[in-house]
Design a protein around this ligand. Structure first.
Ligand code: PLP
Length: 222
């Protein structure tokens, strides 16, 4: 099947309130344009350099999502245009995003990355660290970032019960952040989890933002 058909098949399966980010990492411009011509506008990349280069070449109304780990010194390449930064996992990084956003007179939407996988992973913050971060004075003073919600990556496993439990944990942490800090902030409404292999399960567990690559564009060869 072609890219447009793949996209449509997924869109038919997901409820209307769920945002689909088409993960185009490693894929050429032509593949992205096929999805674009089918009406899709949200695309995700996990490398700053690739994202910035594609943004320059492709249509202006694409909403670019940075879904990979973000290094502080690279924020400046994305800050003029990026639609959402998904992998925010430190106060220091958020401070730099805030400063860069201010330079461009923007407010940048961010998701906090939560560590939900039982496997060893260096990405994402455990709940206590997140709570401490959003409770800090420095966080309270950041006017040019807007925390839209949380994102998590489940363990790479075939065990769907384990994945489901990890998605539940993410949802629980989302709710507790909402209650403690973002209760009056209507924009804190994004729960991002689910990829090609587990997006239906993620949606069952409350996800409203799925990041899907290979199911749309085919397998990647790195
Ligand atoms: C690559 C990637 C995806 C998409 O993975 P698929 O299995 O191809 O759907 C989703 N999220 C992140 C953070 C990724 O790096």
């Amino acid at each position: 099947m072609g890219i447009a058909e793949n996209l449509n098949a997924i869109k038919e399966k997901i409820p209307g309130n769920v945002t689909l980010v088409a993960v185009s990492k490693t894929k050429p411009d032509e593949a992205i344009m096929e999805a674009y011509d089918a009406g899709h506008r949200d695309f995700g990349e996990n490398k700053v350099q690739d994202l910035a280069a594609k943004q320059e070449r492709l249509p202006d109304d694409i909403r670019w999502h940075m879904i990979g780990h973000l290094q502080s010194n690279k924020v400046k390449y994305l800050s003029p245009f990026v639609h959402m930064l998904h992998g925010v996992d430190s106060l220091k990084l958020l401070g730099i995003i805030n400063k860069e956003a201010a330079r461009h007179a923007r407010v940048i939407d961010c998701l906090l990355q939560v560590r939900i996988a039982r496997e060893e992973t260096k990405f994402g913050l455990p709940e206590e660290d997140l709570m401490e971060m959003v409770g800090s004075e420095a966080f309270g003073e950041m006017k040019n970032v807007r925390i839209r919600g949380v994102m998590g990556m489940a363990t790479y496993t075939e065990n769907s019960e384990q994945i489901r439990e990890e998605f539940r944990l993410l949802k629980r942490i989302f709710e507790s952040l909402k209650a403690s800090t973002f209760d009056h902030q209507d924009w804190f409404d994004q729960l991002s989890c689910g990829m090609s292999g587990d997006f239906d399960l993620a949606i069952e567990e409350g996800s409203n933002l799925v990041r899907i690559g290979s199911l749309i564009f085919g397998p990647r060869n790195y």
